[in-house]
Ligand binder design. Structure first.
Ligand SMILES: [Ca+2]
Ligand SMILES: [Ca+2]
Length: 366
């Protein structure tokens, strides 16, 4: 949670858009009707005129929380005599405006006071506050353009709280360090995106063996019986022979997935898994007995663990309880895990490849 909160803001952008849309619909019947939304480029000037409003936002924020397209269209309909400008927080004017008005979140929609003289002002009046010379529409903005940087030893957002003392950092790996980090990779065994993470993770797990704990959580089997079986095999290897698991994992990614992922065949999965286990001196008979006895229960536990952590996509990486967005390369994963050590072991300086990125895009999941 961010430490800045708009106390007065009771409406989310979505709620207020719905409320205003209803008003605008009635209004549109008596005017020219709706026009199509348009995307205007960011304006270089932050000058408000008597009949304009400003949308102060941040180009770096591309998520839904900063999407003002719909509300802008609505406001244009409600106040056709007003034009608007979009101001980027990263511009000099945008930054000044943000500081002067002591805003804490974006986007902000700022009207000139003349808005009060318009016919439709009373529709939005209850959802506004005065900010300096502007009328600020309370849209429940949540994006903080100036968060605390968690590992630079200084107060970045002027609230007297440095690094991990700042609530901005409560969900950062840097502030959740331990002597022996716990790394969890949530995957479905035959999810192509999961596999792209599993290979690099296996490389890192083998480098940091004994220094950090690595676990693969086989939490779903949406591809069918061959995936259920492989999930259970991997869960049982981790239960009975954890030291050999990540070597098995590497072999699964390089040898089994490309073959049985194509045929989607449970016999292929079984035969190739036994072959790989035997090559690594894993007791394949013991593992298959475990699959029969405990396989279903182990996967149920994994699913419950995924649900507790709100995991919905394969792969998801959680380090010391903190969900981590990380590129699916050995170098990026090694960096992320090493940032979670109180004292980094020398293995953190290991040379690993960074160039798997081309075949392992950070986006995408099952
Ligand atoms: Ca701070
Ligand atoms: Ca800082």
């Amino acid at each position: 949670m961010k430490h800045h909160k708009h106390k007065n803001s009771i409406f989310t952008i979505t709620n207020i858009v719905i409320a205003i849309l209803a008003i605008a619909l009635i209004f549109a019947i008596f005017t020219k009707g709706f026009t199509n939304p348009i995307n205007l480029p960011f304006s270089k000037k932050a000058e408000i005129t008597e009949t304009s409003f400003l949308i102060l936002t941040d180009e770096r924020c591309t998520g839904q929380e900063c999407n003002t397209e719909q509300i802008t269209t609505t406001l244009e309909q409600m106040f056709p005599e007003f034009s608007y400008q979009i101001i980027d927080y990263n511009s000099k004017q945008g930054n000044q405006l943000y500081e002067e008005l002591e805003l804490t979140t974006l986007p902000a929609i700022l009207f000139s006071p003349e808005i009060k003289e318009t016919e439709n002002y009373n529709q939005i009046g209850p959802y506004t506050e005065e900010k300096g010379e502007y009328i600020n529409l309370l849209i429940g903005a949540t994006y903080d353009p100036n968060p605390e940087v968690c590992d630079n030893g200084k107060d970045d957002n002027d609230n007297d709280l440095v690094d991990c003392d700042d609530a901005d950092c409560s969900s950062s790996v840097e502030c959740s360090k331990t002597d022996k980090p716990e790394v969890e990779l949530f995957i479905w065994s035959y999810c192509p995106y999961g596999v792209m993470a599993q290979g690099p993770m296996a490389e890192v797990a083998n480098i940091l063996a004994g220094k950090a704990d690595f676990k693969a959580i086989m939490y779903h089997d949406g591809h069918g019986a061959y995936e259920t079986q492989q999930n259970q095999i991997q869960a049982c290897i981790q239960k009975l022979d954890p030291n050999n698991y990540w070597s098995y994992s590497e072999g699964f990614v390089s040898d089994i997935y490309p073959v049985c992922g194509q045929s989607k065949d449970i016999e292929c999965d079984l035969a190739e898994s036994v072959k790989l286990m035997n090559s690594l001196s894993i007791d394949s008979n013991g593992i298959l007995a475990c699959v029969t006895s405990y396989g279903t229960d182990l996967i149920k536990e994994d699913l419950a663990h995924a649900q507790e952590n709100g995991v919905t996509g394969s792969p998801t990486i959680i380090i010391n309880g903190v969900r981590t967005q990380v590129a699916r390369t050995p170098a990026a994963i090694l960096d992320a895990v090493c940032s979670a050590f109180n004292d980094q072991p020398e293995e953190c300086n290991s040379e690993v490849s960074a160039n798997a990125e081309a075949q392992a895009p950070a986006g995408g999941s099952c």
